[in-house]
Design a protein. Structure first.
Length: 879
């Protein structure tokens, strides 16, 4: 046998041995995995089925316990011969094992989505395949990352591997840790944002518009059509609002995989990719891995970064990668790449022109400090040329789609708006206003001044305030801070909410790195390094906890979500439909889908443009993913047409679908159509806070012990009801002298329909359910159930209201506990603020009183405002 054949046989034998070992290890791994499934299911059953704990908590507990047990068994049995001894090494392997499991969960879910959404497999079959994919990942990661099993085949093969590694240098250990951490954040945020999307938490304005724009571009039905009504932009093109070329990078991925999840994955990947750049930049300038690690950890766990990460989708996600890389190229004196990256930054959004003008000043100051201005002035001339050129280009492009260009007036402070005569204003015009009307600018500056300062301090805390000592950082962030503090009219700017931190964080961290590089502090000891990292972690957890707590990734009522999804599937693909902000992302792939951001914007739009009637209206009165009641915008804008031009087509569990010209009976969505049964607690209605009105909250009830005739105790909740006959039950307790009737309750609608039923109630001798029957002949979107005082005698307590169809008594007590006989059924006159006019011992009628008028939201000084900032609707009277 020749030497070549001997070597070949040796390699084959070695491969056969290694393959056999892997088969044995894989078999053990699968057995342990099956045991983990049993443990996981068992813990979930005990926690949820027996102890009654939430299935989410039970599932998380089961996952944690099964993962811990799986690791212990795999470490002591499957890979028993591998890995160092000692508790420290064991814990480190456990941490790596847990991290690989998190990544495995992400791979499983990504595979599941791809197989269901794109391959169109049955979800059960797709889940089995996804489990197999996740299993192979888990085994491979455990074998090579967790236990680092030696799988060397032969010196000759190792020589080939070393040659490959020399040709393509692999990152060092610390860089691999940074890359792994970035990858974990990429997976976690992809998953969490996907859950937010499924939970109807993402909005139409900053997510659905991008999905709709990309889809219309892909299918040729429009050019970046956003699907929202904007004054001056009848085409609804995104370039009529903002000019961005960088956005097409995201579109390239969407064109390959046209799904909302694609944008989520792209956003998470791009933001995660900025973390290693901070590490590279810090390492290169500071020449210290520990300082670079501190800066990188601070950035990766920055609460403002997380907040922006969780906020929908925007083209600004590219800014951190572009700005960090641009500065890196500048520091390496790669000026050609620096200019190219600066151009990419400017082409991300027209607002970057202002930011980069400040950054240019910063670069010049840096060059002066480092005595490089003689060599670099042509570069800065190039940057200035780019800024001017992009400013002209952006204005021209926006002007092709929008009648106005510049900053939208809706973004400006109230004190500035009177001096703007158009829907948008240029930066130069704003500066002119500042010069001509300094009092207006000063008023905007001092407005909410302490809160502005507090948020600025919070923004600087993660970088230890180092950035304020760097001229580049200060010059770069000054334009944004100046706009947010002086010109902006929304607190989202100066509180650095939404995506706005992405404009600032790169400059702040570049500044912090530069300051540390100049100071050249001594390398921190390992103990100090650990303490700093733990401190930053705790600060970040507090901030991130607030950002995450503001979202509900998993909706509380998953059954309702399924009904809503089923209802949306009933809308034909090419039908025109208008829906609410948080539902729009799920209809955004429909070419003729639209949403209304605010009634005022829609009204202005209709004054300037003709609006074609749509075929469907969709809104959801039970969607609780956000605090905003966006359904009221749709029901309010179309209030006069609901029940007339638009008839109820489908309804179930708060999901309303109206169809234009529909003549049939309403249908259910997932079951037969039924009239709704709803219950309202004191949290669902409004109460007034005023020195003259005594309404206190105590133990899940409202209590009023004194007051004057006409004082409002509760009102609202302005909910929707379809046509039908309903029993409305007030749960009250009235303690009053004999023959006194201190409580007046009524049921009405805040449109022009008036009061449907009313009662005046005296002493109830304990808690009673006062029931009134009303019949609605048409749809009403502003139903309210109110309580007033008729005088100062008696204590009134209120727990809640139930509304049920007359053929359904769900949630009601038996008839013997209800007061169904009216104690007074005469006419009641109301004041202009909506309160009844009561005279002691007498109820009069005002013959000149008008009809129940339209809702007015102006505060009533004599009535005060409720705890949620509402005021009672102003109406002339009920008769």
């Amino acid at each position: 046998m020749t030497t070549e054949n001997t070597l070949k046989q040796s390699v084959e034998d070695k491969v056969r041995v290694v393959t056999s070992q892997r088969k044995i290890l894989f078999s053990k791994y699968v057995i342990v995995g099956l045991l983990g499934i049993v443990i996981n299911e068992g813990v979930l059953f005990v926690a949820t089925g027996i102890l009654g704990i939430s299935y989410l908590i039970g599932g998380a507990l089961g996952q944690f316990i099964s993962t811990a047990i799986n690791y212990t068994i795999n470490d002591s049995w499957t890979w028993r011969e591998y890995g160092d001894g000692g508790i420290k090494a064991w814990l480190w392997r456990g941490l790596k094992y847990g991290s690989t499991r998190l990544v495995g969960m992400g791979i499983h879910l990504v595979a599941l989505v791809l197989l269901v959404e794109y391959v169109q497999l049955n979800y059960l079959v797709a889940n089995l395949i996804a489990i197999v994919v996740g299993t192979f990942w888990g085994f491979g990661a455990s074998d090579t990352i967790v236990w680092n099993r030696d799988t060397t085949l032969d010196p000759q093969i190792e020589a080939v591997k070393r040659h490959i590694q020399t040709t393509i240098p692999s990152p060092d250990r610390n860089t691999r840790i940074v890359l792994l951490g970035s990858f974990v954040l990429f997976v976690l945020f992809s998953l969490y944002l996907s859950l937010l999307y499924r939970g109807f938490w993402l909005t139409g304005g900053d997510f659905g518009s991008y999905v709709h724009g990309f889809e219309t571009l892909r299918t040729g039905t429009g050019f970046l059509h956003t699907g929202r009504y904007r004054v001056g932009n009848p085409t609804s093109a995104y370039w009529g609002e903002h000019f961005s070329l960088t956005l097409f990078v995201a579109y390239a991925f969407y064109a390959i995989a046209p799904s909302a999840y694609t944008l989520i994955v792209v956003k998470s990947f791009v933001l995660a990719a900025s973390i290693p750049l901070v590490w590279i930049l810090g390492r290169e300038i500071l020449n210290s891995d520990r300082f670079a690690a501190i800066i990188t950890i601070s950035y990766a766990l920055n609460p403002f970064l997380f907040s922006a990460w969780l906020f929908d989708f925007q083209e600004q996600i590219f800014l951190p990668v572009l700005l960090f890389t641009a500065y890196l190229m500048y520091s390496r004196q790669r000026y050609g790449l620096f200019l190219a990256l600066t151009a990419a930054v400017l082409l991300t959004n027209e607002f970057l022109v202002i930011i980069m003008a400040g950054a240019l000043v910063g670069y010049v100051l840096v060059s002066l400090r480092e005595d490089r201005i003689q060599r670099e002035w042509p570069v800065f001339v190039g940057v200035a040329t780019l800024i001017i050129g992009v400013h002209i280009l952006a204005g021209y492009v926006i002007g092709q789609y929008n009648q106005f260009s510049g900053i939208p007036v809706r973004s400006l402070a109230e004190s500035i708006r009177p001096f703007v005569q158009s829907e948008r204003v240029s930066t130069g015009a704003l500066v002119q206003i500042l010069i001509n009307h300094p009092d207006a600018a000063l008023g905007a500056l001092v407005y909410d001044f302490w809160q502005k300062g507090a948020f600025l301090i919070l923004l600087l805390v993660p970088v230890g305030f180092l950035s304020i000592f760097d001229e580049f950082s200060l010059a770069s962030i000054a334009p944004f801070i100046g706009f947010a503090w002086v010109f902006a009219g929304m607190d989202v700017y100066y509180s650095f909410g939404a995506h706005y931190p992405l404009y600032l964080l790169p400059f702040l961290y570049i500044g912090a790195i530069r300051v540390l590089g100049r100071l050249d502090p001594p390398r921190p000891s390992k103990k100090i390094f650990v303490h700093l990292c733990v401190g930053m972690l705790l600060v970040s957890i507090l901030g991130v906890g607030g950002a995450v707590a503001d979202t509900q990734a998993v909706p509380q009522d998953t059954t309702h979500m399924e009904v809503l999804r089923a209802g949306l599937e009933e809308i034909p693909a090419n039908a025109s439909v208008v829906t609410q902000n948080d539902v729009y992302p799920h209809l955004a792939k429909h070419p003729n889908a639209l949403f209304i951001a605010t009634p005022a914007t829609y009204q202005k739009y209709t004054e300037q443009n003709s609006v074609e009637p749509v075929e469907y209206l969709v809104f959801d009165t039970k969607l609780d993913s956000r605090r905003e009641d966006w359904n009221t915008i749709i029901s309010g804008v179309y209030a006069s047409e609901l029940g007339e031009e638009y008839r109820l087509y489908m309804y179930e569990d708060g999901v309303w679908i109206f169809k234009r010209g529909y003549e049939g009976e309403p249908r259910g969505i997932t079951s037969a159509y039924e009239l709704p049964s709803v219950a309202y607690s004191i949290d669902d209605v409004y109460r007034l806070n005023s020195q003259s009105i005594d309404v206190q909250r105590y133990d899940r009830r409202l209590i009023s012990k004194y007051g004057s005739a006409g004082d409002t105790i509760w009102f609202g909740p302005y909910d929707s009801l379809p046509p039908g006959t309903y029993d409305v039950t007030f749960e009250v307790r009235v303690s009053a002298p004999a023959e006194a009737t201190p409580l007046y309750v009524d049921v009405g609608s805040a449109d022009e329909s008036g009061v449907f039923e009313k009662r005046v109630i005296g002493d109830t001798d304990g808690w009673q359910r006062v029931t009134m029957t009303m019949t609605l002949n048409e749809f009403h979107s502003n139903m309210e159930y109110r309580g007033f005082r008729t005088g100062d005698a008696g204590t009134i307590e209120f727990k809640g209201i139930s509304v049920t169809p007359t053929d359904s008594k769900d949630g009601q007590v038996s008839e013997e506990n209800s007061l169904t006989t009216p104690m007074y059924d005469g006419p009641v006159v109301l004041q202009a603020n909506g309160a009844p006019v009561f005279s002691p011992g007498q109820f009069g009628e005002n013959p000149g009183c008008g009809a129940y008028g339209p809702a007015q939201f102006d505060p009533q000084p004599d009535q005060g405002s409720d705890e949620k900032g509402h005021s009672p609707h102003g109406k002339p009277c009920y008769v």
